[in-house]
Design a protein around this ligand. Structure first.
Ligand code: BES
Ligand code: ZN
Ligand code: ZN
Length: 502
């Protein structure tokens, strides 16, 4: 990842191949702030300056004398001032940094005094800009030979400070932004990895590796241990594949011991969802490699919190299985016993996520006394139909937790929308032969899926369910995310844990 550095001694000392300068339509480039005028006095006479209008998506590379400490300015249009928000800024910075890579520019400077004029608060602005700069460079390139067109990432981005005020708080904010980008990149890498290369077993291996690097604990339950725990759901989902399921349990206990209960994240980790015997249509079936994105987000969030030495006790349960229609696969009509002792009828083998999550939720409540549980899952096509490709569904009856999640998701640009846990629909999950069925009706499919999960959550437990089907996969490339898995939800989980619960 591009290195994040700091230049503390004020504008006269700033030095880099290029200075990034986001500006609105209403702003004249020289005169944005005295520090910038001091750092690049040549900007007033730069040829091409007047061509820059500050429109959204506009980029203009302006040149001073090549021997100067700051020989270039990349002006980045933000559009109209009254429409400016953090999302616009994030995209602009990401596009700017990607443009620098394309131009082969190696060292970048982001002047903090230039950000301070924008709405959002100084620390937040620094955090978000650093995160966006790194995500603007993200690509999944592990499985491709490098070609001549593939430019290397810039070596560093420095945040430039005015030299007068203490910048410790702002430096911490930059480190947080860097850490968040690392998390999102990790989640994207995992979800992008082809399903032949990322089995449930491999998810366990990756978690083990990360636990060593980041300093959290990791236990992997194999099929024997799952049987011992009575986890008939995850076993039934995985039995059509020659690659058996795994429950990956990770935990970060803060230095000085744990108070209260842990915040527990539960992630759906279907490494490939063919639908099983109720097989999916072949169009876009490859995208079902990302059906483990919930688990990827959880792993990335917990690893990052451990790396940050977060003061919060957090744990994660990754429910990993491969849903294939092999000879041993579960059939519609099969009835299996889940970890809480309830019998569940498989009405549809493509509704596999809730089966693995139900076992994982039971496990989490047995193993800890959680302060709260948040599960995240690419659970239903119905949620994608209801909310589209940019907003995820949030099901939560605990007003306090819901409010914290809303706050967390808004801060980091991962919009969640409240959805109802409408009890009367529980009727739709009645089974003729078992305690509960794994499928309701087509209508309200996201709600019945959430109610199914709720069935396995103890009364009074603070719990939220995030349905990220739809938002998990970007249809087209944007400055902050290339086409493919998005890692949506990673930042919300991080933000929730960083913000505290009480
Ligand atoms: N993994 C899918 C949901 C999904 C769909 C995720 C589109 C991302 C994009 C899930 O396992 C599934 O197949 N759900 C079924 C449930 C139905 C059979 C009750 C669905 O949504 O159709
Ligand atoms: Zn499915
Ligand atoms: Zn699925």
């Amino acid at each position: 990842m591009m290195d994040i550095q700091f230049q503390n001694l004020g504008p006269a000392q700033w030095k880099a191949d290029v200075m990034l300068l986001p500006a609105c339509e209403e702003e004249a480039l020289p005169g944005i702030c005295p520090e910038i005028d001091k750092a690049v006095p040549w900007l007033t006479v730069a040829p091409g300056l007047r061509d820059f209008k500050g429109k959204k998506n506009e980029l203009a590379l302006l040149h001073g004398h090549p021997d100067l400490a700051l020989p270039r300015v990349l002006a980045i249009g933000l559009g109209k001032k009254e429409k400016l928000d953090m999302n616009v800024l994030r995209k602009a910075v990401a596009a700017g940094v990607a443009h620098c890579r394309k131009r082969g520019l190696k060292t970048l400077l982001l002047p903090e005094p230039g950000l301070a004029r924008l709405p959002g608060g100084r620390t937040r602005l620094v955090e978000e800009c650093v995160c966006a700069a790194l995500l603007g460079l993200y690509r999944f390139s592990q499985l491709k030979k490098k070609t001549d067109e593939d430019m290397d990432d810039p070596s560093w981005l420095a945040v430039g400070f005015d030299g007068a005020s203490s910048s410790e708080e702002l430096q911490n904010a930059a480190r947080m932004g860097e850490s968040s980008a690392w998390a999102v990149s990790l989640a994207r890498d995992l979800a992008s990895t082809p399903p032949n290369l990322l089995s449930p077993h491999e998810m366990g291996v990756r978690a083990q590796e990360l636990s060593g690097q980041c300093g959290f604990t990791c236990t992997v339950l194999d099929e024997k241990a799952l049987a011992h725990e009575g986890m008939g759901g995850i076993l039934a989902v995985g039995q059509g594949s020659s690659r058996p399921p795994r429950l990956v349990v990770i935990e970060h206990v803060p230095d000085g011991g744990a108070k209260d209960g842990p915040l527990v994240f539960v992630g759906k980790g279907i490494t490939f969802d063919s639908g099983g015997i109720c097989i999916k249509p072949s169009a876009n079936m490859d995208q079902m490699k990302a059906d483990m994105m919930g688990a990827a987000c959880v792993l990335a969030a917990v690893a990052t919190l451990a790396r940050e030495r977060s003061p919060r006790w957090v744990a994660g349960v990754l429910a990993c299985a491969e849903n294939l229609p092999g000879g041993g696969a579960s059939r519609p009509g099969d009835v299996v016993r889940l970890a809480n002792g309830d019998w569940v009828e498989f009405q549809n083998t493509d509704a596999e996520g809730r089966m693995v999550l139900a076992d994982a939720l039971c496990y989490a409540q047995k193993r800890w006394t959680p302060a709260a549980i948040v599960d995240i899952a690419t659970l239903t096509g119905a949620c994608a139909i209801a909310l589209g490709k940019e907003i995820a569904g949030m099901f939560c009856d605990d007003a306090k937790l819901a409010e914290r999640l809303r706050g967390a998701c808004t801060a980091c640009g991962e919009p969640l929308w409240p959805m109802p846990l409408w009890e009367p629909y529980k009727e739709l999950l009645k089974s003729e032969v078992a305690d509960i069925s794994n499928m309701g009706k087509r209508e309200g499919g996201a709600i019945t899926a959430a109610l199914f999960l709720k069935h396995f959550v103890k009364e009074g437990m603070s719990w939220a369910h995030l349905d990220v089907a739809g938002v998990d996969w970007a249809e087209k490339t944007t400055p902050l995310c290339p086409k493919g898995p998005t890692g949506f939800g990673t930042r919300t989980l991080l933000e929730l844990a960083r913000g505290g619960l009480s």
